[in-house]
Design a protein around this ligand. Structure first.
Ligand SMILES: *Cc1c(COP(=O)(O)O)cnc(C)c1O
Length: 431
């Protein structure tokens, strides 16, 4: 924690509402002096992750509240003119957000975790570590919003972005050089469930450029099923809107950083932009995360059953638990399970539309990770912003159906889906 005796170098006060030092010094001052408040007491013993999810430490609460209170306040009063205390301004630090971040550090097993307003603002904060002349190697099958932000960066900043097939090690190797700043990965990709070899790419990237940071968007797996930092990555981030919160009732982003110096720079950026998660949303995310292990376990179990049934009906299913998945082994070497998102093709766009529209239990919605099961047609919904010719290049078929499996009784989910598939064999005109 920052010493509160030196208000000038005590970083988390550096860009609060009432600047405690001149604006330029904020820009040029080394971010090393910047730190954010952390919970002073962390449990020493590592528990199993499912247990860690429900054990939220809140040692500084004067009333021993069972759930972390919402500190809905922008400012904190000082006890004296010179002692700023642990918190002064919520953009820089807030006890509810700190409790969430401490909790995330345990679950993600990282040096420092940060909670931001959305998954995209988490990525934005990370990307601001790059400077002019740097190069970024990114997948060619990324989340649409990620693509959009990278396009902005390469258009307006002097930063090169190479989109390569990151499931192909040779393609990654060919783009690596001493200017590589980031290698940005998603695994499994969404919605095709393609797998990247995170350990091999991390080793290659660090060998080609020791200062390169390997960043993984781990939203599809959640911290419970895959730990990217242990696999060799430097930063992992999540859309907290998905599995972490689990109820589609809030937006959030989460960043886990391996190295303390990198973490200081990320905090400097989050504090400077002001994209830290609000106290109320921090409370909601903390509450959602208590059931993360339970939800993931049930969602994944349901997803495995659904994948087997859909495959048994003769469809080509993309899901890394299936023997038919070409990278099943690679995925299993990195993650504890296949997750709860799968996709399949029907061979006919109209048939796919009929299936999606005939489902009663599966809600037609973008996003995933919710307790409720969702069905979508990525090319017409979440991935519609990708031009048709690029979708074709990436083998993203128009008839692709994505299933995001929830916690309902699997029998009901399967009954509903099978009924929709059966009814889809009759075209609309004949019904
Ligand atoms: C949803 C999502 C994001 C963006 O997160 P938001 O919280 O919507 O900003 C990024 N990556 C993946 C893989 C996602 O699914």
């Amino acid at each position: 924690m920052a010493s509160s005796t030196d208000p000038v170098t005590n970083g988390h006060h550096s860009s609060n509402g009432e600047e405690s030092r001149p604006a330029e010094s904020c820009l040029v001052s080394p971010p090393q002096s910047v730190t954010s408040p952390v919970d002073p007491v962390r449990p020493a013993k590592r528990l199993r992750t499912a247990t860690e999810c429900v054990v939220v430490s809140n040692p500084s609460d004067p009333y021993n509240s069972s759930s972390v209170p919402i500190y809905q306040t922008a400012t904190f009063k000082q006890t004296s003119a010179t002692d700023m205390g642990a918190y002064d301004y919520t953009r820089s630090g807030n006890p509810t957000r700190s409790a969430l971040e401490t909790h995330l550090e345990k679950i993600m097993r990282c040096e420092r975790a940060f909670a931001t307003t959305t998954g995209m603002s988490a990525l934005d904060a990370i990307l601001r570590l790059a400077r002019a002349g740097d190069e970024i190697i990114a997948g060619d099958d990324l989340y649409g919003g990620t693509n959009r932000l990278l396009t902005h960066i390469k258009t307006y900043l002097d930063i090169t972005v190479h989109h390569v097939d990151t499931t192909n090690l040779d393609a990654v190797r060919a783009s690596l050089n001493s200017k590589t700043k980031f290698v940005l990965l998603e695994s499994p990709t969404n919605p095709l469930l393609k797998i990247c070899d995170i350990p091999a790419i991390s080793t290659m990237a660090h060998a080609a450029c020791p200062s390169a940071l390997v960043i993984v968007d781990n939203t599809m797996m959640s911290p419970l099923l895959m730990n990217c930092l242990e696999l060799g990555a430097d930063i992992e981030y999540h859309s907290g809107t998905k599995f972490l919160s689990g109820h589609h009732d809030l937006m959030a982003g989460v960043i886990g950083v391996k190295d303390a110096e990198v973490a200081k720079r990320v905090f400097f950026i989050i504090n400077s932009i002001g994209c830290g998660l609000s106290p109320f949303d921090s409370f909601l995310l903390l509450r959602g995360m208590k059931t993360l292990a339970l939800r993931i376990e049930r969602q994944q179990e349901n997803a495995i059953k659904v994948a087997n049934v859909v495959q048994s009906l003769g469809f080509k299913v993309n899901f890394p638990s299936l023997d038919s998945h070409p990278q099943k082994k690679l995925h299993a070497s990195m993650a504890k399970g296949p997750g709860a998102v799968l996709s399949f093709v029907t061979g006919d766009v109209d048939k796919s539309i009929r299936i999606v529209e005939a489902c009663k239990l599966w809600g037609i919605s973008v996003s995933f990770g919710c307790v409720n099961s969702l069905i979508s047609m990525p090319c017409h919904m979440s991935h519609a912003s990708i031009p048709a010719h690029i979708r074709k290049e990436r083998d993203l078929p128009d008839d692709l159906i994505r299933l995001c499996v929830g916690i309902e009784d699997s029998e009901d989910l399967i009954d509903d889906l099978v009924a929709a598939i059966t009814s889809s064999n009759v075209s609309k005109e004949d019904r």
